[in-house]
Design a binder for this molecule. Structure first.
Ligand code: DGJ
Length: 567
């Protein structure tokens, strides 16, 4: 604005009247400098979008979050050593860790930055990026992280009331005082990050945690009821394609969805305002995580949490909270179909897929590959630190390998090539498959006899198809056995026609020409096994003979670069 006024003044001066050429040069210089001043800082972590795909840009390049979230009460200096050791054992590149409002603002307007600063400094020492989780008005639908001075003023910072007037353990999205307090604190937090984190250790912020309410679909207090009976705001109508119903109440417009949509709109509006205020001072990517409903059998609210980014209310969230870049699912489902469906639902042209919480143990960890296949910018199992002793079914404490092994298996393969995968995924070159069932390779005949002919899933590329079979195979690619859980996984990225980067575990890949070359004989030109290092693939050996003649067998986690040709 200042520049614009300056320009107006120049145009009115004697210079412009007597020396128009000089005035024009000054003008151009002013315009260039004003554009520069307003251009976003390219070193800021930010999201980019292209052809319906997304990338998180960190240090100027696509970045893949190989994340892990610590336990809720681990973000204290005394607990951090166990957090760092766990992150190292996992081979994660990013830690998701809370910032507690109760710790950050112990007295109104007095902010304590000590813990945040300690976390940032130590994360740098461990070569980790951070996603900070703003545990504030909402944490799992409750107000438990509000500072004490707020909890002790329930009239000023109220919880919601249920349909029968009963108290519900969830903050009201209709409290202006609570909203203003959260905006103030979040803005101070973001301002501080801007000042202390010039090197962008912090790459993304989660605003609140699983917001919304359990036990009651919405607030039924007299104040909330008045808003419920008033006309639905025009942006909410537009978001749900109901603009023709102006001046009608929520119940009139939305019928039996009215209570749910009302709660969603108000929770999302509050968080949208908090996010916008923080983003105005420091524009990091922001997301909201949801305790999601079952994608196939959601039931009716409040059997699921209401207010958060469930799959049926995306449009309301996008309209009410445009400063939120990502609506992210916390996925604790173990059913394969349901898990895969959630990944599909949250990966949209208007929504980058990010899984901020999930299960980090057992065969479920293969869904990391499925998330990449849906274009995920990141993935993070929950509760992955050493601050709680985990025991197995027999009550014995789990070893480090048991605690971290399943997630580390993925991250060890991907960490050295995370940038490469993020870049290829943004370019639409990545395809993945995961084993759907334990006996997915069983068919007629003895499994020990079958060699080439089993295909569980096929992935299709330019001129070539890849047939995948899951399980454990022997050297000659015969099915040996199935692991206890269906844990096979494969990622194939197309580097060029007939040229692939493959990472897999417990599977076998057989290529064949497709399309017009379908019937031509083919062979491997070269199969390299190796690892990425500093963005370059370093082959450890060339596979040939028994290691390729029966298909490419991934008995242990491996990364291959494969070139094919037809004759
Ligand atoms: C989901 C929440 O977002 C986490 O903070 C944590 O409470 C887990 N549930 C359960 O431990």
């Amino acid at each position: 604005m200042e520049n614009i006024h300056f320009l107006e003044k120049i145009m009115q001066t004697r210079i412009s009247k007597n020396h128009p050429a000089i005035a024009i040069i000054i003008l151009i210089a002013c315009i260039v400098s004003s554009t520069r001043a307003q251009a976003p800082d390219p070193s800021m972590p930010h999201l980019v979008h292209q052809n319906g795909r997304h990338a998180l840009i960190v240090d100027g390049e696509p970045f893949l979050i190989l994340g892990a979230q610590c336990h809720n009460s681990s973000a204290w200096p005394a607990m951090l050593p166990q957090v760092w050791s766990a992150m190292a054992a996992l081979d994660a590149n990013t830690l998701e860790i809370p910032v507690y409002w109760e710790q950050f603002e112990p007295q109104p307007g007095r902010y304590n930055y000590d813990v945040i600063d300690t976390i940032i400094t130590q994360a740098r020492g461990h070569n980790l990026r951070l996603v900070l989780l703003w545990f504030a008005t909402w944490k799992n639908g409750s107000n438990h992280y509000m500072p004490q001075w707020m909890k002790l003023q329930p009239d000023r910072y109220p919880n919601i009331s249920g349909a029968k007037g009963q108290p519900v353990d969830s903050p009201s999205p209709h409290s202006q005082a609570a909203l203003e307090a959260d905006i103030r604190a979040f803005t101070a937090f973001m301002q501080h990050l801007k000042e202390v984190d010039k090197q962008h250790t912090v790459i993304m912020i989660q605003v609140e945690n699983e917001p919304g309410s359990w036990d009651s679909i919405r607030d039924y207090s007299p104040a909330a009821q008045k808003i419920f009976n008033a006309p639905v705001p025009a942006p909410a109508l537009a978001a749900m394609h109901k603009s023709a119903h102006a001046n009608h109440s929520w119940a009139e417009v939305f019928g039996r969805d009215a209570d749910e949509f009302f709660q969603v709109w108000h929770v999302a509006s509050c968080i949208g305002k908090i996010a916008a205020a923080g983003k105005a001072v420091y524009p990091l990517p922001l997301y909201v995580n949801g305790s999601i409903r079952d994608p196939f059998n959601p039931g009716w609210p409040p059997t699921y949490q209401v207010g958060g980014p469930n799959d049926n209310v995306f449009e309301l969230w996008k309209a009410a909270a445009p400063a939120i870049d990502i609506l992210a699912p916390d996925i604790y489902l173990s059913d394969t179909r349901a898990y895969l469906k959630v990944l599909e639902l949250y990966s949209r042209p208007d929504n980058p897929l990010f899984v901020p919480e999930t299960i980090g143990h057992g065969a479920i960890t293969r869904f990391f590959f499925a998330a990449l296949g849906e274009g995920a910018i990141g993935y993070a199992p929950f509760g992955m630190d050493d601050t709680e002793i985990r025991t197995g079914r027999d009550g014995r404490p789990l070893s480090a390998a048991e605690r971290y092994g399943d997630t580390a298996l993925n991250y060890r393969m991907f960490k050295p090539m995370a940038r490469e995968i993020a870049r290829l995924n943004f370019a639409g070159k990545v395809k993945t498959a995961v084993q759907l069932a334990v006996d997915s390779t069983s068919g007629p005949g003895s499994s020990f006899d079958r060699v080439h002919y089993i295909t569980d899933q096929s992935l299709h590329f330019n001129g070539w198809d890849a047939d995948i079979a899951f399980g454990r195979f022997n050297r000659l690619a015969r099915v040996m056995s199935q692991p206890e859980g269906p844990d096979g996984r494969i990622l194939i990225a197309e580097l060029g026609k007939g040229h692939y980067l493959i990472a897999g575990y417990h599977c076998r890949v057989m290529f064949r020409p497709a399309g017009e070359n379908k019937d031509r004989p083919w062979q491997y030109l070269q199969v390299e096994e190796g690892r990425y290092s500093n963005g370059e693939f370093k082959a450890g050996r060339i596979l040939n003979g028994d290691q390729t003649d029966w298909g490419l067998v991934f008995s242990t986690p491996a990364v291959l670069r494969v070139q094919l040709y037809t004759r």
